[in-house]
Design a protein around this ligand. Structure first.
Ligand SMILES: C[S@@+](CC[C@H](N)C(=O)[O-])C[C@H]1O[C@@H](n2cnc3c(N)ncnc32)[C@H](O)[C@@H]1O
Length: 345
């Protein structure tokens, strides 16, 4: 059984790690970096399909039912009508999602329309019923992609709501971090091996909540200068059913709140100048973050920061007791950002 797992471009290796850990009977996993798509083949698939939805760094699970070559100028996809009717029966509705990358003379909308029309015509001719399209409440979602010369089609098993929509988000921060990225940052910082972590600009608490899911025995602390966000973070962690300690505070005072070398990891996504204003300029705020982290982290402790301002942060890190371990590039919300991980020396 072949599946496609979609994620945020740049997080493919985290998906691979998680799939290997949690899904036993894997035959292969492969992906291109920054594609946002991880292909895998699993044995005894049916029982595992639900388990795949428990992965914390994927958006969607797609069951691939067919693939072939597509020409550059004509949209022509071959579908197996019998296979589709295993999922799409009389009086059921469907919609088609599509993705296209590479050079083609057709759009992703043309691609979706081609699969939709073939499905309707094929089912009508073979089985005598005509499945209707519903964009607001379909019973099933078909998926088709054209990646260069290859097309693949299948069933999107995740439905209308992608998996980044966590139920615990009862308070939505204006710059709320996508939980897939928050989870991945916790994986990169190896939270599963840590005892105590801090997010000093925690907003609605996404990183800390994902960290607690990854490691329930973790002691997690969150600070934010805005009391409204701290109140929201408390609501979110209560909804998530995890214990996190939150306090309204400026990162500048963080070293007066905790003893030196108190934390194993500091994981955060600070403002970067587009939506979130700070009381400090960005260079000052990032300097404060690094200075306070230097004091609050144990030797060997990890500072893991998501920011598009790579140069600025690297520059500040070189002036402090940190050595950069890893830089992950991700593409999200129309911008390129970096997950920069540095260890306190
Ligand atoms: C990008 S948001 C974090 C979003 C968060 N990860 C989430 O998922 O909700 C950055 C946060 O930094 C906070 N912040 C800005 N300046 C701060 C400072 N000096 N000290 C502490 N928090 C600060 C803002 O209030 C904002 O909530």
């Amino acid at each position: 059984m072949r599946i496609l797992l979609t994620t945020i471009p740049g997080l493919e290796n985290i998906v691979e790690k998680e799939v290997k850990e949690k899904i036993g009977s894997l035959e292969y996993v492969n992906y291109s970096e920054l594609s946002g798509r991880v292909y895998a083949s699993i044995r005894n698939g049916i029982s595992l399909l639900q388990k795949l939805h428990e992965l914390r760094c994927i958006e969607r699970v797609i069951l691939i039912l067919g693939e072939g070559e597509i020409s550059k100028d004509t949209v022509d996809v071959q579908v197996d009508i019998e296979l589709i009717t295993r999922y799409l029966g009389p009086r059921m509705t469907f919609m088609v999602r599509s993705l296209r990358t590479g050079e083609h003379d057709f759009t992703s909308v043309d691609l979706a329309a081609a699969l939709g029309e073939k499905t309707q015509r094929g089912i009508y001719e073979k089985y005598g019923f005509y499945p209707e399209v519903s964009l607001s409440d379909p019973d099933i979602i078909l998926y088709v992609e054209a990646i260069g010369k290859t097309y693949r089609w299948g069933i999107d098993l995740t439905g209308l709501n992608a998996l980044h929509r966590r139920r615990y988000k009862v308070y939505v921060h204006p710059s709320s971090l996508n939980p897939l990225i928050a989870y991945s940052m916790c994986r990169i910082a190896e939270v599963e091996k840590k005892r105590r972590i801090l997010d000093p600009m925690c907003g609605s608490g996404t990183i800390l909540i994902e960290g607690k899911y990854l490691n329930p025995s973790l002691e997690a602390w969150g600070l934010d200068i805005n009391p409204q966000h701290i109140a929201g973070a408390r609501l979110n962690s209560a909804q998530a059913g995890v214990e996190v300690f939150f306090k309204t505070a400026d990162v500048a005072e963080a070293d007066s709140l905790f003893p030196a070398s108190f934390f194993d990891a500091i994981i955060t996504n600070p403002p970067f100048g587009i939506r979130e204003k700070s009381v400090y300029t960005l260079p000052r705020l990032y300097t404060l973050l690094v200075e306070k982290s230097e004091k609050l982290l144990k030797s060997g402790g990890v500072l893991c920061v998501l920011t598009p301002r790579k140069k600025l942060l690297l520059n500040i890190l070189t002036k402090h007791r940190f050595s950069v371990k890893e830089i992950h590039t991700i593409r999200h919300g129309g911008i390129t950002s970096f997950i920069i991980t540095a260890a306190k020396t």
